[in-house]
Design a protein around this ligand. Structure first.
Ligand SMILES: C[S@@+](CC[C@H](N)C(=O)[O-])C[C@H]1O[C@@H](n2cnc3c(N)ncnc32)[C@H](O)[C@@H]1O
Length: 262
C-alpha cells in the first residue's frame, strides 16, 4: 500500500471506477444527496472524487481555498477525509455549511470559513483544528472574469487584467501551499477564455505559476464540459458564430496535478 492513498495494489483489478487516463469524459453530473448544479461555476463532484481516490487516504486533511458551494468538502466528507474550505462570500459559505450539515458524518470534520484566500490566516485555522499541515490542496479559482462571482474587489473574478489575476492567484498559492505536507499533491481545475479575438490560455498560465513556485507537474488532464443549463439553448447560435468565423467552441477544461517535492 502506498503512503498517499488507500489503493490496495493486490486488488488492483477491482478499481475500475478510478480513471488513469488523461482524458476525462464525464457526461452526467453526480447529483446525489446534497450535490446539485445550482451554484453557477461549481465543478462536478466526480472531479474531487477521482483526485481523492488517487492522492489521499481516509483521515487526511484537504484544503480548498475557493470552496464555493462546498462540492469538494461534501465529497471529502463522503469519502472519510477531513476538509477545510475558504470562500470570500459569506452567503455561499453558509449554504456550503448547510449542505455539509445535511450529510453530517461524525467520523470527519468539514469546516468552511469566510475569507480572502490570499491573506486569511490559515495557520490559525489549522491550529484551531489541531493540525499543522494538510495532505491535499484542491484549487478551483474563478476562470478570471468568465463568471463574476461577486462585487468584492478581492474576488479574483474582478481582477482588472490578466497580470492582476495571475498575481492574485499566485498570492493564494503562497498562502496555501506552505501548509501542504511535503511529497503530497495538489490539483488545479481551470479552463481557458477568449478575449479580443484570441485565446487566453488561463490554464497554462496558472499551471506555469505553480511550476514557478516549485511544484512538480505530474499530470495535465483534459475534461469535457457536459451540457450546462445556460448553454443548452444557445448551442445553435454559437455553432453558427463559430462556423462563420475562425474560432472553436470550448468544450474542455483542465485538471493539473502537482506534487510538492521541496
Ligand atoms: C470556480 S468557483 C469554485 C466552485 C467550487 N469548486 C464549487 O464546486 O462550488 C470560485 C470561487 O472562488 C471564490 N473566490 C474568488 N476570489 C476569492 C478570494 N480572493 N478568496 C476566496 N475565495 C475567492 C468565489 O466566491 C467562488 O465561489
Amino acid at each position: 500500500m502506498s503512503r498517499y492513498n488507500d489503493i490496495d495494489m493486490s486488488k488492483w483489478r477491482e478499481y475500475s471506477e478510478i480513471t488513469t487516463d488523461t482524458l476525462w469524459i464525464i457526461d452526467k453530473r453526480d447529483n446525489s444527496g446534497v450535490h446539485s448544479g445550482n451554484y453557477h461555476g461549481n465543478f462536478v463532484p466526480q472531479i474531487p472524487r477521482q483526485l481523492y481516490s488517487r492522492y489521499t487516504k481516509k483521515g487526511d486533511w484537504i484544503l480548498d481555498p475557493f470552496a464555493g458551494s462546498g462540492t469538494s468538502l461534501i465529497e471529502a466528507q463522503r469519502m472519510g477525509r477531513n476538509s477545510i474550505g475558504i470562500d470570500l462570500q459569506a452567503e455561499v459559505v453558509k449554504s456550503a455549511e448547510k449542505s455539509l450539515a445535511e450529510e453530517y458524518d461524525y467520523h470527519t470534520t468539514a469546516k468552511v470559513y469566510v475569507g480572502d484566500s490570499r491573506t486569511t490566516d490559515i495557520s490559525s485555522i489549522l491550529s484551531e483544528n489541531e493540525i499543522n499541515k494538510v495532505q491535499f490542496v484542491i484549487l478551483h479559482p474563478p476562470y478570471w472574469d468568465i463568471i463574476k462571482f461577486s462585487d468584492n474587489e478581492k474576488d479574483l473574478s474582478n481582477a482588472a487584467s490578466l497580470n492582476e489575476f495571475l498575481s492574485a492567484f499566485g498570492d493564494v498559492i503562497d498562502n496555501t501551499i506552505q501548509y501542504l505536507e511535503k511529497n503530497r499533491y495538489c490539483a488545479l481545475v481551470i479552463g481557458d477564455k477568449y478575449a479580443n479575438s484570441q485565446v487566453v490560455p488561463l490554464g497554462f498560465y496558472c499551471m506555469y505559476t505553480l511550476q514557478q513556485k516549485g511544484l512538480m507537474l505530474k499530470a495535465i488532464l483534459v475534461k469535457n464540459f457536459g451540457e450546462t443549463k445556460g448553454k443548452a439553448n444557445q448551442q445553435a447560435i454559437w455553432r453558427y458564430r463559430a462556423l462563420a468565423s475562425d474560432f472553436y467552441i470550448f468544450k474542455h477544461e483542465y485538471i493539473f496535478v502537482f506534487k510538492k517535492v521541496q
